[in-house]
Design a protein around this ligand. Structure first.
Ligand code: HEC
Ligand code: HEC
Ligand code: HEC
Length: 147
């Protein structure tokens, strides 16, 4: 979808973005972007960036699929489990990336399959990042600090 040459354009677009929905659509395209650098799905987990889904699924759960729908993810990671596991995220009371006040949308809007995972919340917040993650480009509005 977006090749590397378009990455700069993609970043500019992201900056201009006001809606997480559109950000989700674009982030969903990121896996294809990195495919060519990574040598395909059969590469070993430690050849993928920390925090990417290929690095995290050490037992090859994602090797034989190109279905990365929420339904597929939720079939192994039930909603109540991921919600519970991420309460008071980064030590900030009430923050949970899986239970946002805004529709957080697609799993892949944050979890990259084979590239750097992106905390979409940080389009508007400055929530501390897990190891290997990056923040989404800041949106049009000011950063709303949570503590
Ligand atoms: C077939 C079952 C299965 C599917 C489908 C699946 N996962 Fe997983 N996932 C696992 C297992 C099992 C682990 C633990 C690591 C391992 O055994 O590879 C894991 C690990 C993870 C982790 C890291 C867990 C941790 O404790 O840090 C994340 C994040 C994750 N999965 C997200 C996803 C997302 C997002 C999707 C959808 C693209 C997905 N998973 C699809 C089974 C699955
Ligand atoms: C707004 C961003 C965001 C979205 C959207 C998102 N996640 Fe996460 N998820 C995170 C972050 C951040 C972590 C913590 C990662 C870490 O600590 O390394 C996480 C952790 C996880 C874990 C680790 C195990 C656990 O129980 O905490 C699993 C599994 C997971 N997510 C699955 C999913 C699935 C399935 C979806 C879609 C239904 C999803 N996530 C959507 C940001 C997101
Ligand atoms: C488009 C901008 C934007 C995005 C994206 C966004 N937030 Fe917010 N968030 C805000 C603003 C503005 C406030 C303060 C005003 C309010 O309370 O609605 C806020 C408030 C909050 C609060 C304080 C309690 C509350 O509900 O008012 C929490 C917690 C929070 N956000 C978590 C998140 C998480 C987690 C994500 C990502 C899944 C996220 N936000 C994504 C703009 C955003």
């Amino acid at each position: 979808m977006f090749d590397v040459k378009n990455k700069r354009l993609l970043m500019l677009l992201l900056t201009a973005l006001a809606t997480t929905a559109l950000a989700a659509t674009i982030a969903g395209c990121a896996p294809q972007q990195a495919d060519s650098d990574k040598g395909g799905a059969s590469a070993s987990p430690d050849s993928f960036p920390t925090g990417s889904l290929m690095a995290l699924h050490v037992n090859g759960e994602l090797d034989k699929t190109d279905d990365y729908s929420n339904k597929f993810c939720l079939s192994c990671h039930p909603r109540d489990v991921i919600n519970k596991g991420n309460e008071d995220f980064a030590g900030i009371e009430g923050v949970n990336p899986h239970k946002a006040h805004l529709e957080s949308g697609e799993c892949l809007s944050c979890h990259s399959v084979d590239a750097t995972s992106t905390l979409s919340c940080n389009e508007c917040h400055d929530i501390p990042l897990p190891d290997g993650w990056q923040s989404a480009e800041q949106g049009a509005g000011p950063i709303h600090h949570l503590e």
